[in-house]
Write a new protein. Structure first.
Ligand SMILES: C[S@@+](CC[C@H](N)C(=O)[O-])C[C@H]1O[C@@H](n2cnc3c(N)ncnc32)[C@H](O)[C@@H]1O
Length: 611
């Protein structure tokens, strides 16, 4: 039971009693007695430390508030979890002689290791926060006071910054021994540290050699735990043994992403997913990252549930492609290619209070709940990611004002043709003026983005970017007008319903869905990306589909429709890149060179409101 704090560290009753009994012992004698009891070298470094401890115990001043330790990514592993991690390692025949805990905190991994592994000869713990160094030392002493006959390793607990600690000395000293690097490094990113004004960073923080632009776009952002993992795997790469860290899932994924280039000498790579909310009270995907050291580099990982030990999936590199589910990928990899059209994101305006309307009993209300009376011409139905659930969509509650037919188009015409719309927009000009993104600078009044001829196609096949669904929706005309999607959605547009229906069916068939699942990382912020969608080889899916299979899903499908569709899409009928350029914004009002007049022969018609 923890009932007192000394040096800001918790201390247990047996340890307090031990020190009370040793009140009059000299520092030298006490240090050597502690060494014989629990193996720790130089428990007290200076006399004043011993004096302070004795003083605190006698005065019983034990209440100290926890300081804010955000910059140290401080999430202490509970004892139950550290015990279970060690038991898991033991069940996999891990019997280490050397334990290294590079950011040991209160020392729970060290105690669990002492309790679990019988052949430990040396333990090294490093921790930057002095109270935790003490707490670790107290905990070790407590352990040995209670387990006098336990195997006694030599133990060093260093009050040190992990970024400056010389781990090479340890790896040189124990070349021929079995090592276990175990722990839970800080859960904090370099960008969070810079926002805190903290320098708890490695000196060479650009360790992935990112350029300046990457640093700005966020690619240079990394987790401190990733840096520490890579550093230790590299320093101990010539020793036999294991590595076991609790880290965010993103850390493991990033290390594996680097693995086909960096070739870290690790194999048997496993990830055991934990419930971080339950264990650490944080909402993040986290796991135990395990691997063997000094092995031929492995580029794939098996992911399990930590509690049930059931296999979830294998992911990693297959033939130079990084995939989220290897088994599914191997079954569907023949459709890993290039989509023949450009997937588009929907409209972006950053003025939803004014630009988004809801139709309530025939009246438009904006997001400020004000009634809006404007001409209907520039008002279009709007869908968001949450509306795209994989079915057929022909109604919506939301509407939006479309001020331009293509990016950068002059908007003066609104004043002449749609005076009510202009007055409404102009009377809310402050919403447009306060848009922060630099894309709006120097652009015509009320400019929007993600708009082009493709936005005005009557039929669309669309998918949510922000949700975990992988099924595609079919979007039909609403109020006899094309429907807009917002910038969280991806879509392709079609001139005919049947072509949209066939495309939706092809994209929702099992083969395609397996392929998407095999390359989509569910824990990514935006699971569905343009890059991912552009990898779907529609031609190959066509090759693997027959008329009767489609007819089951599209009862009104005629054989000739299917033949026409195939004719338009099969590679030999497409001039290289023609289709890819089909829906480009610049293509508005131009005649499209296409062999089989089809998907967009009359490009610009909808844009010009000719339907
Ligand atoms: C996520 S906690 C885990 C602690 C311990 N490994 C455990 O499993 O309970 C991270 C620990 O790293 C320590 N830490 C943060 N920055 C450090 C640094 N630069 N050098 C050494 N330790 C550091 C923190 O004080 C904290 O104790």
């Amino acid at each position: 039971m923890l009932n007192m704090r000394v040096f800001d560290a918790n201390i247990t009753n047996p340890v307090i009693v031990f020190f009370e009994d040793s009140k009059d012992t000299s520092i030298e004698d006490l240090n050597s007695e502690i060494k014989t009891i629990c193996g720790i070298n130089t428990f007290f470094e200076i006399q004043s430390e011993l004096d302070e401890l004795i003083n605190t115990i006698s005065n019983n001043k034990n209440i100290i508030n926890e300081p804010d330790r955000a910059e140290y990514g401080d999430f202490q592993t509970n004892r139950n979890l550290s015990d279970n991690v060690c038991n898991l390692l033991k069940s996999q025949n891990t019997e280490p002689e050397i334990i290294v805990e590079p950011t040991c905190g209160k020392g729970n991994f060290i105690i669990s290791s002492l309790q679990t592994f019988e052949n430990i000869k040396f333990i090294y713990g490093v921790e930057i926060y002095k109270p935790y160094v003490w707490e670790t030392k107290f905990a070790i002493l407590d352990y040995f006071l209670k387990n006098r006959n336990s195997n006694l390793p030599e133990i060093n607990i260093y009050h040190y910054d992990v970024f400056n600690f010389d781990f090479k000395k340890i790896s040189n000293k124990h070349k021929d021994q079995k090592i276990l690097i175990i722990g839970n490094p800080p859960w904090v990113t370099n960008s969070k540290l810079s926002s805190l004004g903290s320098d708890n960073l490695p000196l060479k923080s650009n360790f992935k050699n990112h350029n300046g632009l990457d640093a700005i776009t966020g690619k240079g952002n990394f987790d401190i735990g990733e840096y520490i993992s890579i550093k230790l795997i590299s320093v101990f790469s010539k020793l036999n043994g294991n590595f076991a860290f609790l880290v965010k899932n993103s850390v493991v994924k990033n290390i594996l992403l680097e693995q086909n280039r960096a070739k870290y000498q690790i194999s048997g790579i496993k990830q055991f997913d934990i419930d971080a909310k339950k264990e650490f009270n944080v909402s993040v995907n986290a796991c135990l990252f395990l691997c063997s050291l000094n092995k031929k580099p492995n580029e794939t990982i098996a992911e399990y549930n930590f509690y049930t030990k059931s296999l979830i999936r294998k992911y990693g590199w297959v033939n130079n492609k990084f995939v989220a589910n290897i088994d599914l990928y191997l079954k569907s990899k023949n459709i890993d290619g290039k989509f023949p059209f450009v997937w588009r994101q929907g409209v972006k305006h950053d003025a939803s209070k004014i630009m988004e309307l809801e139709n309530v009993n025939g009246n438009f209300l904006n997001n400020n709940k004000e009634t809006v009376e404007i001409e209907k011409d520039l008002v279009y139905a709007l869908l968001k990611s949450s509306d795209l659930k994989g079915g057929i969509i022909d109604k919506t509650r939301k509407y939006t004002i479309i001020t331009q037919k293509k990016v950068g188009q002059e908007t003066k015409y609104i004043k002449d043709l749609y005076p009510k719309t202009y007055n409404y927009l102009f009377s809310n000009i402050e919403y447009f003026n306060k848009r922060k993104s630099s894309i709006y600078k120097g652009k015509p009044l009320f400019s929007i983005f993600g708009i082009g001829d493709y936005s005005f196609k009557p039929y669309k096949v669309a998918i949510a970017g922000m949700y975990k669904t992988t099924t595609f929706s079919l979007v039909k005309l609403i109020d006899n007008k094309p429907v807009m999607l917002d910038d969280t959605c991806y879509f392709i547009g079609f001139d005919t319903l049947i072509e949209a229906e066939i495309t939706q069916t092809l994209l929702n068939k099992k083969l395609t869905q397996d392929f998407i699942q095999s390359i989509a990382f569910k824990d990514a912020k935006r699971m569905m990306t343009k890059d991912l969608l552009m990898r779907i080889d529609l031609n190959e899916i066509i090759n693997e589909t027959d008329f009767y299979e489609l007819e089951l899903k599209i009862p009104n499908l005629k054989f000739i429709d299917w033949e026409n569709y195939k004719g338009k899409l099969t590679k030999q009928n497409l001039v290289e890149n023609e289709q890819l350029n089909l829906f480009d914004e610049q293509a508005l009002h131009t005649t499209i060179p296409i062999r089989n007049v089809g998907f967009s022969a009359k490009i610009g018609d909808y844009a010009n409101n000719k339907i």
